[in-house]
Design a protein around this ligand. Structure first.
Ligand code: ZN
Length: 359
């Protein structure tokens, strides 16, 4: 069993975002007082994250989350912020959903590690600790706030994979359930389901870990309360969902995903479908492997009156299906976690195509 790491510190509660300036103050010392802040563009010109939280020397960058991060986006940002002397930067902050938090983590890693983002896609390749990193999740489910990865797509080789490293983990977390109040219903559901899916995949895998299992069980107990009882967007359920996402990220930091994420990555790379909704579409087609979970997922959709896009692979060419196969089967660790080391004997190109055809 490896020596596991989780987020070092967290604050939790409605209004917790107001602790940010004070937390930053403790980091600002001498010349080291500049914060680099990544904020989801949704919060531009809104009052949840007021300007007075920051000082004039801070760099604030609004992340366009219309598309999920590519390695080239991360390289461009790292190139820009590498011009600032490292000794001046006291913290890198991500305020947003998974795409924004992942951007903050990836750029922070590249500020202390040379070269392009793509050379760190994989497991334990980041050499030097990143700059002190703070996460403020505004959407719950990806677990990015506690996970040891930051997912990016490398368009050149079709690899959707993060920098899986202890150095990727945030140092400080601020969880404020008020910030997820304005999330659209469908996005809230799809992203929340990411936690549920991480945990069912890790619980069904062969790389089991007693601590990871405990995190997964509790995260999914909360997901069941959120999505099967009452309105998922009530104050109480948004609070529970934020805790579930936190625990789900801790679970996945100590284990691996399974079949759903590789198929979802295929949808992301080839069709540009976002992670959360892609997971839901993929899970719905994987009833052969996760029968009880798919049944439960469909009850959640019904209870919350949310549906998923259907027929997303309709009319695709043989070449498209070949690309879908390639960008799914490349995920060896999760696929062998789910099916064993000879997973390619089970997931033949024909089998993979038949599963995509169900979506
Ligand atoms: Zn995920």
């Amino acid at each position: 069993m490896k020596n596991c790491k989780n987020v070092l510190r967290y604050v939790f509660g409605a209004g917790a975002i107001h602790d940010l300036p004070e937390l930053l103050k403790t980091r600002r010392q001498g010349v080291c007082r500049r914060a680099i802040v990544f904020i989801d563009h949704f919060f531009r010109d809104r009052d949840e994250i007021p300007n007075h939280f920051f000082e004039t020397q801070d760099n604030i960058f609004f992340v366009d989350t219309t598309h999920e991060p590519k390695t080239t986006d991360i390289d461009a940002l790292a190139g820009h912020f590498r011009k600032i002397p490292l000794a001046e930067i006291c913290a890198v902050i991500g305020i947003g959903g998974g795409a924004t938090l992942d951007t903050a983590k990836a750029v922070a890693n590249l500020l202390t590690n040379e070269g392009l983002a793509e050379i760190y896609q994989g497991w334990d390749l980041v050499k030097h600790p990143a700059i002190f990193k703070i996460a403020v999740p505004t959407l719950s489910g990806t677990g990015s706030e506690t996970s040891r990865t930051c997912v990016m797509t490398n368009v050149k080789n079709g690899l959707k994979l993060g920098m899986n490293s202890d150095h990727t983990i945030f140092d400080q977390l601020i969880m404020d359930p008020n910030l997820s109040k304005t999330v659209p219903r469908e996005q809230y559901f799809y992203t929340g389901l990411d936690t549920y899916i991480h945990c069912i995949e890790s619980l069904a895998g062969s790389y089991r870990h007693p601590v990871g299992d405990a995190f997964s069980h509790q995260a999914n107990a909360l997901c069941r309360q959120v999505f099967l009882q009452g309105d998922m967007l009530s104050d109480e359920n948004r609070e529970k969902m934020m805790v579930a996402s936190y625990l789900g990220g801790c679970a996945i930091a100590n284990s691996f995903v399974g079949l759903v994420h590789p198929f979802s990555a295929g949808l992301g790379v080839v069709l540009g479908i976002h992670h959360g909704v892609g997971n839901c579409i993929a899970l719905n087609a994987l009833g052969e492997y996760y029968p009880r979970e798919v049944e439960e997922f469909r009850r959640m959709m019904e209870k919350q009156r949310v549906d998923i896009p259907r027929g997303v692979c309709k009319g695709l060419s043989d070449k498209d299906f070949a690309s879908l196969y390639e960008s799914t089967i490349i995920h060896e660790k999760p696929l062998s976690n789910a099916l064993g080391s000879d997973f390619k004997m089970i997931l033949t190109p024909e089998k993979v195509r038949s599963i995509f055809a169900l979506m």
